[in-house]
Design a protein around this ligand. Structure first.
Ligand SMILES: C[S@@+](CC[C@H](N)C(=O)[O-])C[C@H]1O[C@@H](n2cnc3c(N)ncnc32)[C@H](O)[C@@H]1O
Length: 387
């Protein structure tokens, strides 16, 4: 049976209709491609096809430059250019917003932000076989190690110092034993982050300069992995913050708070990971950095702020958090999201706020992940602006 891919859905998975109208998901395909379906299976509430031939390829399809692309589980969307990746993901985000948020009207989307740089990743989690003295990533849907000598998506320094050097595994062998072996994989794991001068392994602190700000970071805490695109996100945040009182929720190492150093604005940064506090106080010394769960902090805080920046993990906002954010009566809310499904679920909870502007930031070309930022304005403010 032949089908035509109509669009991409969450996870950059192609969607087609079977002749009887049922929906079929086909990973690894692109819109417009004609596909010969060889076998598909019924899952809970949908059909999935993993055995197929592409009869007519999209002109957006390219051959991956990565020798491990067919086996490594790291990249699932490596067969389009960085530019096409950004535009495809923007369509997925818009589709999620319309279907899940049920918005009458999409916010205005600025063109997606992306970089042509292929070797962009500043952070990685590597797996190591201590017995074979080999490091790499896990095979797709498996616990098997794919030893690699170089990953085309990593920043050059990470490849040079980690995979192309015999020294690295020797130096961190003790640390790996101390951390212990993952029981499922039988492998050691190390988190790495590429600083300006050296690599951070686990909790080692390094400096990384982004947009003339010297950030104190370690591999154990969250920091964006694509530092070519991050300045564009900074620009969006800087341009859309209003007023002098700003709340930075899920603030990590104070990444956004640091943008307002020296501006005279008053910033409250809230992050629950204890390791972030020391770094946040270095990155944004004028901000009030608080280690707490956002829900707990917001439940006990009564204040008025002008702008709330909110950047939760993939799971989105915990129950009750949107109402608590609204209790601070901000004029604007800047919602930074790494999962447009939970973003779309959360947006309608902000009653009295309207999503007015959005932009997709493709921090992760090669993979199906994407960052989306939506600016929400208080509805009566919009009326005043018009009047
Ligand atoms: C996507 S990261 C954003 C970090 C920061 N805004 C940045 O851009 O670097 C989300 C952060 O939220 C923190 N976090 C997750 N759940 C939280 C919660 N319930 N309360 C406070 N912080 C939380 C995580 O530790 C992580 O640092």
């Amino acid at each position: 049976m032949q089908v035509i891919i109509e669009k991409l859905t969450q996870g950059a998975i192609g969607l087609a209709h079977l002749p009887d109208g049922k929906i079929l998901f086909i990973p690894g395909t692109l819109p417009g491609e004609e596909v010969l379906v060889k076998h598909y299976s019924q899952k809970k509430g949908y059909f999935l096809c993993e055995e197929f031939d592409i009869i007519k390829e999209s002109d957006k399809r390219r051959i991956s430059s990565c020798p491990y692309s067919s086996i490594c589980g790291g990249c699932d969307f490596d067969f389009v250019s960085n530019k096409d990746s950004a535009y495809f993901k923007e369509e997925i985000v818009k589709d999620n917003l319309l279907r899940i948020s049920k918005l009458d009207q999409l916010p205005y989307f600025l063109p997606p932000a992306y970089t042509d740089e292929e070797s962009y990743r500043a952070r990685a989690r590597i797996h190591i076989s201590l017995k074979d003295r080999k490091a790499g990533f896990l095979k797709k849907d498996s616990n098997e190690l794919i030893p690699i000598t170089s990953c085309p998506r990593l920043e050059k320094k990470l490849n040079e110092e980690v995979f192309l050097s015999d020294e690295f595994l020797k130096r961190y062998r003790g640390l790996m034993f101390q951390k212990g072996i993952n029981k499922k994989t039988g492998l050691a794991e190390l988190s790495l982050f590429c600083g300006d001068d050296r690599i951070s392994v686990e909790s080692e602190e390094v400096i990384r300069s982004v947009d003339n700000i010297k950030y104190h970071v370690s591999a154990n805490v969250f920091f964006q992995s694509n530092l070519f695109v991050l300045p564009k996100l900074f620009e969006f945040v800087r341009e859309n913050v209003v007023g002098n009182k700003i709340m930075d929720l899920y603030s990590g190492v104070g990444t956004f708070s640091a943008l307002f150093e020296g501006s005279g604005k008053s910033i409250i940064a809230v992050e629950r990971q204890k390791e972030c506090l020391r770094l946040s106080e270095k990155n944004a010394p004028s901000a009030k950095s608080i280690t707490d769960d956002v829900f707990k902090f917001a439940s006990k805080t009564k204040t008025k702020v002008d702008t709330v920046i909110v950047d939760p993990p993939r799971t989105g906002l915990d129950k009750g958090v949107p109402e608590l954010i609204m209790s601070f009566d901000p004029e604007r809310i800047i919602y930074v999201s790494c999962d447009s499904v939970t973003l779309s679920r959360d947006l309608p909870m902000f009653k009295g706020y309207k999503p007015v502007l959005a932009r997709v930031f493709d921090f992760y070309p090669g993979s199906s992940h994407v960052e989306t930022v939506v600016l929400m304005s208080k509805v009566n403010t919009l009326a005043n602006d018009r009047g």
